[in-house]
Design a protein around this ligand. Structure first.
Ligand SMILES: [Zn+2]
Length: 240
């Protein structure tokens, strides 16, 4: 009996297709090195082509729906995908109408420190490329959700427990008043450690990594694959 149960469990596991969670950053018609790092950028036409390619192979769902499915024991016959965008570059505003037309939900992971239209991240010569507070709060449609990317865009593995705790709380305090806020935390550069994981768990936040491991069921985080032009061919080859 135990053997039969194991066998059934194994076959159900095989029937559960992984959910691919994609990540991109800046999208614009022209590349400007003062505004974006090349690895974080896609040309608008390329981005749209990438999305069309993915749409022909996947059913796009929200991050929350993916989380529910990853926690469910039910089989998944279809290939599901989720689209996420990190850093809150204002360029995302240009492609939201396109995504809406395609019926694709998106989660924006932002650093609230830069929403004032003045502050910027270290290493960037110009900083007016971030979405502002008013622009972000104007996004109330059902296809957009807003998650956390830390208060600032920094390496959280270099922080003490108190510093990380402060950063998460500050980030949450600002973003949770957004009507489309979701309690998900995407680590900057995917960097994390046991301590940061423990703190997110205590706060009931869902961690989001970057990494090649498949999302078959929810374990310690949701893992994402970058689809910015720099990574596109590499990511596509592994997927299709
Ligand atoms: Zn980032």
């Amino acid at each position: 009996m135990a053997q039969l149960f194991k066998k059934i469990k194994r076959s159900v596991k095989q029937l559960r297709k992984p959910i691919d969670v994609f990540l991109f950053h800046a999208v614009s018609d022209e590349y400007d090195e003062k505004k974006y790092m090349l690895i974080d950028w896609s040309h608008t036409d390329d981005f749209k082509n990438h999305i069309h390619t993915l749409k022909s192979r996947y059913t796009f769902i929200t991050l929350e729906e993916a989380y529910r499915k990853l926690n469910s024991i039910l089989p998944r016959w279809r290939r599901y995908a989720v689209l996420t965008c990190d850093d809150g570059f204002a360029s995302v505003l240009n492609i939201l109408p396109f995504l809406e037309g395609e019926g694709i939900p998106i989660t924006l992971f932002v650093n609230p420190k830069y929403l004032d239209g003045v502050s910027g991240r270290a290493g960037y010569a110009e900083n007016q490329q971030y979405i502002t507070h008013d622009q972000l709060w104007a996004l109330t449609g059902s296809l957009v959700t807003v998650g956390m990317h830390g208060y600032e865009h920094d390496d959280v593995t270099k922080k003490t427990a108190e510093e990380f705790d402060w950063s998460v709380e500050k980030c949450k305090e600002i973003l949770q008043s957004h009507p489309r806020y979701i309690p998900y935390y995407a680590y900057t550069g995917g960097r994390h450690n046991d301590l940061t994981q423990q703190i997110l768990r205590q706060k009931g936040l869902v961690p989001v990594f970057v990494g090649s491991k498949l999302n078959k069921k929810f374990q310690d985080a949701i893992r994402r694959k970058p689809i910015d032009s720099f990574y596109w061919t590499m990511t596509l080859q592994k997927l299709l």
